[in-house]
Design a protein around this ligand. Structure first.
Ligand SMILES: [Zn+2]
Ligand SMILES: [Zn+2]
Length: 171
């Protein structure tokens, strides 16, 4: 078995063989493309009303990672920033001492301005992004580990898997 040859700039830190690969992602029309390290810290399915409206779906599968692990590879000028205030799960994720208003100030959704795809949300005072798993072209190593905000989920949708469910955010 031969190791793949890595090309391009390599970040300092972990040994080469430990460096996660990049995952490609794209909006619906392809105007915006991004690359994100396959090193998400967590992944969840959020059923809150804001995520339902943002996606038009029963819930939003997303994964969190430090903001600097994601970069736009094509179409930076086609990115649209939408600030609606932080969804409750993002505020909860800010940790102890984080005021929701502080999070809301920095939080925003990044969409393609041409097709409107929700690509990621900037959260946790700008330190993290919540990438919408549906816009990944490559399959991430991580899988959503739980359902959150099931207390306000759509009544017409039934969760049929065995993942843990939290009425709001897991403690
Ligand atoms: Zn697009
Ligand atoms: Zn949500």
């Amino acid at each position: 078995m031969t190791e793949p040859v890595l090309t391009g700039p390599v970040a300092t830190g972990p040994a080469l063989t430990d460096a996660p690969r990049d995952l490609a992602g794209s909006c619906l029309c392809g105007a915006v493309r991004y690359a994100v390290a396959d090193a998400f810290a967590y992944a969840m399915n959020c059923h809150c009303a804001q995520c339902r409206r943002a996606t038009g779906a029963a819930f939003k599968p997303f994964a969190g990672i430090a903001r600097d692990r994601l970069r736009v590879t094509v179409g930076e000028d086609d990115l649209m920033s939408y600030r609606a205030g932080a969804p409750a799960h993002d505020a909860a994720h800010d940790g102890a001492g984080g005021e929701a208003s502080d999070v809301a100030r920095a939080a925003h959704d990044a969409r393609c301005r041409r097709c409107g795809s929700l690509l990621w949300s900037v959260v946790r005072d700008g330190a993290f992004v919540h990438v919408t798993l549906g816009t990944l072209t490559d399959a991430p190593s991580i899988r959503p580990g739980c359902h959150i905000f099931t207390g306000s989920k759509a009544p017409w949708f039934t969760i049929t898997d065995d993942l843990p469910q939290y009425a709001e955010f897991p403690e």
